[in-house]
Ligand binder design. Sequence first.
Ligand code: S3P
Length: 184
Amino acid sequence: MNAQHQPRVILLGPRGSGKTAVGELLARRLGVSFLDLDGEIERKAGISIAEIFDGLGEGTFREMESDALRAALRSDAGVIATGGGVVLREPNRELLRSDRAMRVLLGADPAILWHRVDADPRSRHSRPALTRMSGEQEIRHLLEVRMPFYLELATHQIDTTARSPAEVVEELMHIIAHNGLVHA
Ligand code: S3P
């Protein structure tokens, strides 16, 4: 794979859509490096996302997220998993639009998204509540607000409702091969 044809894939989508799990597997499969924006923010801050929200507030988190996005897009990461709210700021959307990457929206049924978030042991430490709503209701509300942004940015979409991360990666490999970026 030469640098010009090395694929770059940015994963977008709500909490529980599997961006991190799919991203890790996909990067391994493509033999490229993986970067998780939330992971980078936590590593740099030395505290969890929930602690950033609690102690510094969502506004500070969004600043950190924009900085992390800018750094990620300047890096040679082949697969980038974003946080569900990265699409909220227009400057972030502009950065995402201007990157050469395939931008893949991972979606799923809201009940399934909530089930996955609720079952994920990392949620308790690292996923702050974003509204005063209850779990599935919050997910439905955020989807309503954010879906137009996800759809505007996505070059491809995959419904993960009934698919494991490995199955999603298979589909992504077909899409990537179809775009002439790697051999299937
Ligand atoms: C957020 C999603 C989280 C994380 C933060 C805010 C959001 O990322 O960035 O808790 O606004 O939806 P995941 O989508 O990886 O859970």
